[in-house]
Design a protein. Structure first.
Length: 291
């Protein structure tokens, strides 16, 4: 069995997580199957269970459910099958010597997606959607804290205004462990990365990058296996709206407990009380709260 490295216990003050380095998914597999029109469910279970959705604090190196679409192997004339599968977060290129490379490939920049060797082949042949209820981002306060001037960080949750599920653009890859025999079921590792883009105004007060959110009407086009030329993929990428914080997204501070990957309780998605906010920048006005 290929094992993931230990997860960090927390995101400490003064140190930011990678863009979209955590997210929440409290939706069970059955609902994801219905919403994403999945043909084959290999996940099952209930949110937060060993078999179901991973919960309210999903981190890199874990294996959350993603949606992908493939033509069955050895059946080139067959129709594509849409699947819900668990993939490891952190893309491991097929040419990597060992899976630890994936620890540095949690995200893929949209600007270089079709050129960078680690991502280009997957971008035209292996695209996926990552369902999330919200993603977390850490804001660095403009105010210093303590005698040492250590910056204070505040986690935010970003989600849709109407409470609907978000789907983040992703790519996935197969990696073969050459040290394992051909009949070993663990010889293949399938991993993914979330595509990021330049942060929209307002959200850029959290980070200069944000995940690429694929709207419902572009999900089919993004997953379509027949769309296998760089220009066809670029066409979908250019169609993705870049004004979502103005029209469809909301963001608010949440408890610092989300920094601990072991925290999974429902309260992680509750807005943090105003009394707990200190040196937090309002994303829409730029006002510093609790200064």
């Amino acid at each position: 069995m290929i094992t993931a490295p230990p997860l960090p216990e927390s995101v400490p003050d003064g140190k930011l997580a990678p863009v979209c380095g955590r997210y929440a998914l409290r939706t069970g597999a059955a609902d994801l199957v219905e919403e994403f029109e999945v043909d084959e469910d290999t996940v099952g279970g209930t949110p937060g269970s060993a078999e179901g959705a991973p919960g309210l604090n999903v981190a890199p190196t874990t294996s959350p459910p993603v949606v992908l679409e493939r033509v069955p192997k050895g059946e080139p004339e067959a129709l594509p099958v849409r699947s819900l599968r668990r993939l490891r977060w952190g893309l491991v290129p097929s040419w990597a010597k060992d899976p630890s490379v994936g620890n540095r490939m949690v995200n893929a920049r949209v600007e270089t997606l079709l050129e960078k060797p680690a991502f280009a082949k997957a971008a035209v042949a292996r695209r996926c959607l990552v369902p999330v209820d919200a993603w977390y981002e850490w804001q660095r306060s403009p105010l210093a804290e303590g005698a040492g001037g250590k910056p204070r960080t505040q986690p935010f949750a970003v989600r849709s205004r109407d409470g609907s599920r978000l789907s983040l653009a992703g790519i996935y890859e197969f990696w073969r462990d050459r040290d394992r025999p051909d009949d070993d079921p663990d010889r293949w590792l399938v991993s993914f990365a979330i595509i990021t883009t330049e942060a929209e105004p307002g959200l850029d007060r959290l980070h200069d990058r944000m995940p690429l959110v694929v709207p419902a009407d572009l999900r089919d086009a993004w997953l379509e296996p027949e769309r296998a030329e760089p220009e066809e993929v670029r066409e979908v990428l250019e169609a993705v709206p870049r004004d979502l914080f103005e029209t469809a997204l909301d963001a608010f501070p949440v408890s610092r407990r989300v920094g601990n990957v072991r925290a999974q309780d429902p309260g992680l998605l509750d807005p943090a009380p105003a009394a707990e906010l200190e040196g937090v920048v309002d994303l829409r006005t730029g006002e510093v709260i609790g200064s």
